[in-house]
Design a protein around this ligand. Sequence first.
Ligand code: ATP
Length: 341
Amino acid sequence: MKTKDLMTEAAEAKSLSKVKKIGILTSGGDSPGMNAAIRSVTRCAINAGIQVYGIQRGYQGLIEGEFIELDRYSVSDTMQRGGTMLKTARSEDFKTEAGQERAASILQTFGIDALVAIGGDGTMRGAFDLSKFNVPVICLPGTIDNDLGYTDYTIGFDTAVNTVLEAIGKIRDTSSSHERTTVIEVMGRKCGDIAVYAALAGGAEGVCVPEMPVDVNRICNKIITDGHKGRTHSVIIIAEGAPIKTTDLVDEIKRVTHKEVRQVVLSYLQRGGSPSSADRLLGTLCGAKAVEVLTDPNFDLGSYAIGEQNGKICAISLEEAVNMKRDFKEELVGLINVLSK
Ligand code: ATP
C-alpha cells in the first residue's frame, strides 16, 4: 500500500474509530522484540488519532496506576534494544478477582477505551479474565518460549534460538578440544521449541524435550559409537521442562559412557540481546495489526489475540486463542535423531 493510501486510511479511521485512548503494557518474562511491538502500536495509534498511555511494570503497574503518556518520540531508538522499555513484572495481585476489578476501574478512571497487552500464556489468561470486566484487550504474543497454540511464532523466540546457536558454536570449540560431551540446558518452560530449533540448526547430537520421553540409552549409545569412529565430542540440548533433570542426565551419561561430561545452563542469557530481524518484524507487524483492529469502524469492543498463522498476521478472538492447544512438531525430533545417527 502507498504512503498516501495509508495516510488517507488513517484519517478515515480517525473519524470513525470508537477507540480514542489506549493503554499498552508488557507482562511476564521480557522478550527481544517487545520494544518493536510497543513502537509500532504507539506510532500506528498516534497516526490514527489515538492517544497512547504506556503502563509500566505489567499488570502490577496497572493496578498501581503507573501510567505515562507516550508520543512518537518516546519510542525512538528502542527497536534495536532487548528487554522492554515499559519494564515488566509478574503480579500475584492481578491473579485475584479483586485485582482485576481494580485494574478495570483504574483503566476507566484514566478514560482508556482498550488495553494492548504484550506477553506470554499467563499474560493472555490474565487479559481474558480482565476482558470479563468489559475491558477490550488486544494481546500480542511476547515470549521467547513459543508456547502459544494460536500463533506459529512468538515475538522473541527467533532471537532466543539464535542466542542458543551462538552458545552451541562456542561450546563446541571447547568440547572438541577437550573431547567432552556438553549438555546445554535451555529455557522454554513446558515447551521444547527452543531446544528443538536450536538443536536442529546447531547440529546437536541429541535433544530432550518436555513433550516426549527421554531416551537416555540412545544418547549414550550415540556417544560411545561416535567415540569408536573418532568423533570424541558431543553437544546435547535439554529443555528446562524435560522429564529428566539436567544433572541426572549428566550423571547417567558419565556412568554409562565413562566419558567427561559438562553441563551449561544458559538461563537468562536467552532472554536478552538485540532482537533479530524476524522478531523486530513480527513485533512491528503484530503492533500494526492491533491498531488495525482497534480502528476498524466495525470493532465490536471485544478482545483479540494477534499472531501469525501460516505466515499471515491475523487477529482471532482472545477466548479462542487462550483455549488453543499447541501442536508439538515431533517429526523435528525424529529428524534430529536421523541427522545425528
Ligand atoms: P512468559 O512466557 O515469558 O513467562 P507469561 O505471560 O506467561 O510470560 P506469567 O508470569 O505466567 O508470564 O504471566 C504474567 C502475569 O499474568 C502474571 O504475573 C499474572 O499477573 C497474570 N496471570 C498469569 N496467569 C493468570 C491467570 N490464570 N489468571 C489471571 N492472571 C494471570
